[in-house]
Design a protein around this ligand. Sequence first.
Ligand code: PLP
Length: 372
Amino acid sequence: MIPIAKPYIDENEINAVVEVLKSGVLSLGPKLVEFEQNFAQFMGMKYAIAVSSGTAGLHLGIKSLGIHEKDEVITSPFSFISSANSILFENAKPVFVDIDEDTLNIDPKKIEAAITPQTKAILPVHIFGQSCDMDLIMGIAKKYNLKILEDACESVGAKYKNKLVGTKGDLSVFAFYPNKQMTTGEGGMIITDNEEIYKTCASLRNQGRDSMSWLGHNRLGYNYRLNELSCALGIEQLKKLPMILSKRQKVAERYNQNLKHFPEIRLPYISPDNIPSWFVYVIRLNNGLNRNLVMEKLKEVGVSSKEYLPSIHLQPFYKDKYGFKEGDFPISEKVSNCTIALPFYTSMTFEDIDYVCEKLKEVIQVIKNESR
Ligand SMILES: *Cc1c(COP(=O)(O)O)cnc(C)c1O
């Protein structure tokens, strides 16, 4: 079976983790400091705070902006669920704005209509490794005095107008789950230039302590720390990131090349402002093709695939809580109903890519013939 995703790990990572095990320091040690410093330097930002997951990072991001009950945060319905959940964790209200049909990111033209006196922040999600139109979003935030928390969990190393994604908002969050471009097993990173935000996040992830000192707790905090094994893994992965991104770019180009003249599907769109950090390779099936059938038949020939992503507002507990229904965010829903993520990982060979493409074409042809 060709997997949908796979981490890119070699001897360097293995040795680094073994070294940590031998050192006996498994949390709050030198690897945490080094990983944060290296990440901040890579991003060109003053501060980086490593956390136990991207979701934890988003939660602290919301808290550090002082967002609480009755506040509203504008975000995208077409995302992994934790971007919106992080707002719910603080009993604030996620206000969804529909997406752009090409980039699949929040549509800046629709944001202003969603702003109310309760709106405190915008949480743009850079979906699938491509930046939102941040100039427009920053302009709106400035006009209405809103904060910006960037969900850059899928976009490490991507560029927007030649600047690294995640460097525009008040703070940004990255994630290192094993299917991401770089991984720490579980893990995430917050970056910011704002000292107040830095101090708050660093304290909140460590039980509300203001320093590493063991017993002074100045606020209600969490254990969102990233352990030393994960930090050591992250240090090695970050060193490789440019190489990882260039390999992933080549995988994406091969897919594009193989599939571009195939009329039954729509390829990923990259806007001219962006240099993506390829996270996944997601195609859209043209009208009338039964996605489940396509995925089932792909599975039969050893090709994994996934519906990426369901719209958040139609998840059961969002429907229950806010009464969302089909038709509320029609572009997001339309996209959610026709996307398929194909196998995509750093070490994917051209042979495997070609096999996936050949089978995809075959499967679609068979389905079309059967339905005649
Ligand atoms: C991966 C991801 C996250 C965070 O995921 P964790 O599994 O908590 O690290 C958040 N938002 C988006 C859009 C993601 O893709």
